[in-house]
Design a protein. Structure first.
Length: 334
């Protein structure tokens, strides 16, 4: 006969073993991701450095920066606004302008045929779209840009942001890696916190009005969420590093375009896969991060890994939409 408490002990042991295995798997995956990334980073730095040195692109950009700096007569505030606000805004609206044409008109088909959630936003609800655009513009003009004022003085304190000497390309890649890690950590936890029932109801629910997102709604959010989850995770990296305005401008532009890709609703050839975050909008309680490592560690991607969307979560290297090559299984009533 079993002794009292034997079943309880067995269950506790099984639970501990399961948690230990999960942590071990997560650590192995993290080590694999970071070691692979380090090898790729080293190879990229060496090859690109050689390329830059041999065709003098470094000298071209250095000369262009000095000419721009002299043209602006060293007006650091204006230079900061152009680099931290104007250039990223042009990148955001330029990329999303193309997508909006497809969202509104359903054309060109070489974009719309790559739609992830078939039958959704085909075409997009114009009233709902107008509301989203007004909110996005409000977030940009009344929240994002005013937050650049304290950032400007923090960056001036570093005494490097407006240096006449550009950072090397190798150093920019190091900074870019650090920015990405900082953003991933801050975004994952603030985003997941936003799904707490109390905060979700009053704050994050606004962003999830779009269960099938489009690019422009990447910064369609409540003002509190826009500050905490959208702006600060992107700003803090450059502030910690005391980055050059050119590095900041490139990073802000990359961040805005990549989050637009994550929300765009199209799995386009050669671009990063948006399946991960699109699935989050569809299911709400899965895939909170950007890179996916923290989701794996915390088990917030289990459902995603069991779907066809996970199989499609890769860079598309052909012209055949993944919705065709890896279709959803037919529904039972079909």
């Amino acid at each position: 006969p079993k002794m009292p408490g034997q079943d309880t002990a067995a269950r506790a042991y099984s639970c501990c073993f399961s948690q230990g295995k999960k942590l071990s798997d997560a650590l192995r995956m993290s080590a694999y991701v970071f070691s692979t990334g380090l090898l790729m980073f080293t190879a990229l730095v060496n090859s690109v450095s050689w390329f830059m040195q041999n065709i003098t692109l470094g000298n071209f950009w250095q000369t262009a920066w000095l000419e721009f700096y002299d043209y602006m007569e060293g007006d650091e505030w204006t230079i900061f606004l152009i680099g931290a606000a104007l250039v990223p805004a042009l990148a955001f609206w330029g990329f999303n302008g193309i997508l909006l044409v497809a969202d509104i008109t359903g054309k060109p088909t070489f974009i719309t045929r790559y739609r992830i959630q078939l039958g959704k936003n085909d075409p997009v609800d114009k009233k709902k779209l107008c509301k989203a655009i007004y909110t996005v513009l409000g977030n940009q003009f009344f929240i994002s840009y005013p937050m650049l004022v304290p950032m400007f003085y923090i960056m001036k304190w570093w005494d490097n942001t407006f240096s006449k000497e550009l950072p090397t390309f190798q150093w920019f890649l190091v900074e870019l890696s650090i920015f990405t890690v900082v953003e991933e950590i801050l975004f994952y936890y603030t985003h997941r916190l936003g799904h707490h029932p109390v905060l979700y109801k009053h704050i994050h629910k606004k962003h999830h009005e779009w269960t099938a997102p489009i690019g422009v709604v990447s910064i369609y959010a409540h003002p509190v969420e826009h500050i905490v989850s959208n702006i600060l995770p992107v700003m803090i990296g450059p502030m910690i590093m005391g980055s050059h305005i050119v590095s900041m401008s490139a990073w802000f532009s990359i961040a805005l375009v990549t989050t637009s890709i994550s929300h765009c609703g199209y799995h386009l050839p050669l671009l990063p896969s948006p399946e991960f975050h699109d699935f989050h909008h569809l299911k709400f309680n899965q895939c909170y991060g950007v890179l996916g490592v923290l989701d794996f560690l915390h088990g917030t991607d289990k459902m995603f890994r069991q779907t066809k969307a996970f199989e499609r979560h890769k860079v598309l290297l052909s012209l055949t939409p993944l919705s065709e090559s890896i279709p959803e299984p037919p529904k039972k009533d079909e």
